[in-house]
Design a protein around this ligand. Sequence first.
Ligand SMILES: [Zn+2]
Length: 243
Amino acid sequence: MPARPSSIAPLRYPRLTPPRRARRWPWLIVLALVAAAVYVTLRPKLWPVPPAPTTAPRRPLVGIIAGHREFDSGAVCDDGLREVDITTEVTRQVLDRLHARGYEAEMLSEYDDRLAGYRAAALVSLHVDSCMFDLSGYKVAGSSHGPAARDSALLVEALSGAYAAATGLGFHADTITVDMTNYHAFQRIDPRTPAAIIEMGFMSGDRTLLVAHSDQAARGIADGVLAFLSAKAEEQRTPTPSN
Ligand SMILES: [Zn+2]
């Protein structure tokens, strides 16, 4: 191994100087801001936003819960008459009437998966009272939850008036239970959906109406929903003055 000649100066490597980027970035930000401002100002003139599609808005959707459907039979009379059969039959007729008037309407079961966050112009649950006492009368209760509480009260009023007119039944306020006022579906649906539950009569005292003349019950409910929807449509046409 030869000795290293002492005359050779130690090698000098060029020092790596970092590129002078550090001072450029504020200008890049200023440039980007200017470009963004120009883009925002000129974009509407250069590329006007196309108008919204002119397709007609969807007709309001109405949901009708056939009480107890796909869950249990509901109340049962000694002769085998079941609440769920009455609510399902009346629901079918209500849907027919709403479809005939051009509304979108669908049947829901008692604990339907679709009820979670359900959004519609109205939701009505149909039930029937027990066979136990010889009572007669209907009753309606609305959801008092969330922003639709006022509309739910309006829906109750419309249903109550139309149902009494179509069936001739009296309002049986004494037998309104927590199951009605705190109805499970009221907690599950979208709080903007107006909702009500109606007990359409007693399977004892109102059996003839519920079984032989269920078309009258269906007419009462459909008319009530339609009255509510027209009242809402009217309200939207003539907004109340702000105070
Ligand atoms: Zn029931």
